[in-house]
Design a protein around this ligand. Structure first.
Ligand SMILES: C[S@@+](CC[C@H](N)C(=O)[O-])C[C@H]1O[C@@H](n2cnc3c(N)ncnc32)[C@H](O)[C@@H]1O
Length: 285
């Protein structure tokens, strides 16, 4: 007998039936490239309860109907519920050391000192603001023209709101060294007591925008570096292959692609050469 979407007695929580799980799993693969096997079913059921409550829905059947009728409206929230937003300042710090060493050279080499860096899957902003600290420090030492920006994109509306705010708890800024904390964070007072706001200079350098990596990219210019770290880990093979092809097209000749520690282009793309720990150079053709 099929399990129907119903509230478990006394709990107010709903049960995700087979057909609904299949629909949601296919939906997230089609729209976000995220694969979700049967082992994720309990997790999905648990995480979506909050969403059902927020929307005032009666069960997963209604939720599936909402996705069917207006996929774009709910996609970001749905994707946030199924993926993780875990991130940290200076996560995989060797990437930031590499950039700190390269940026002074790039600023001199690029016409007009034009530098574009893309944090693709920026989550709550720790990654782009870490980049912004390194970039701001390079810009301070640079003599000559400069036009440097960081694009920070994600599909999760909640994560993007945090990234725009740029306000973090003491625990969240643990990965930032003492000197940078003093330099690049402002201690909050009143209702923001115990919180730290990123320096306006960092916000000036970062543009936060919603973007689903599987959809069209509106950006025109090419990037010197793309960080897409701990994002493709959820994607199926064809989605990863297509994404690496598009990253290749979006990079300057010899632009750099940074992936997360458990990610690789191996067997998926021959357009990149490894030049550091999960740092790839766009091969010139
Ligand atoms: C684990 S976080 C990684 C954050 C950061 N890059 C890091 O390494 O610390 C993964 C992020 O990828 C985003 N994401 C997942 N699928 C996406 C897609 N199709 N388009 C854009 N962002 C996506 C999620 O919303 C989430 O914020």
């Amino acid at each position: 007998m099929a399990v129907v979407a119903a509230a478990a007695p006394g709990t107010g929580s709903h049960v995700l039936n087979d057909a609904e799980f299949r629909f949601l799993s296919a939906f997230v693969t089609r729209h976000c490239g995220i694969t979700m096997g049967e082992h994720k079913r309990q997790m999905l059921q648990g995480r979506l309860q909050r969403r059902l409550r927020a929307l005032g829905l009666d069960g997963f059947g209604d939720y599936c109907e909402l996705l069917r009728q207006d996929p774009d409206r709910e996609l970001g929230e749905f994707a946030s519920a199924v993926s993780t937003n875990v991130t940290a300042f200076f996560r995989e710090s060797h990437h930031f050391d590499y950039l700190a060493a390269q940026l002074p050279k790039w600023l001199v080499q690029r016409p007009g000192g034009r530098i574009r860096i893309w944090s693709a899957g920026c989550s709550t902003g720790e990654e782009p603001y870490s980049l912004a600290m390194v970039l701001a420090e390079a810009l301070e030492k640079h003599r000559g023209p400069a036009d440097a920006l960081i694009l920070a994109t994600d599909l999760s509306p909640a994560a993007l709101a945090d990234a725009r705010d740029g306000v973090y708890s003491l625990q969240r800024i643990e990965g930032v060294g003492e000197e940078r904390r003093r330099r690049w964070f402002q201690r909050g007072g009143g209702t923001q007591a115990g919180k730290f706001r990123v320096h306006p200079r960092l916000q000036e350098l970062v543009r936060v925008r919603p973007l689903n990596l599987l959809e069209a990219w509106p950006m025109q210019g090419k990037f010197d570096a793309i960080l897409c770290r701990n994002v493709v880990i959820y994607f199926d093979t064809p989605t990863k292959q297509r994404l690496f092809e598009r990253f290749d097209a979006a990079l300057q000749p010899h632009g750099k692609l940074f992936l997360g520690h458990s990610e690789s282009v191996n067997g998926l793309s021959d357009r990149f050469a490894l030049v550091g720990r999960t740092i790839y150079d766009k091969r010139s053709r």
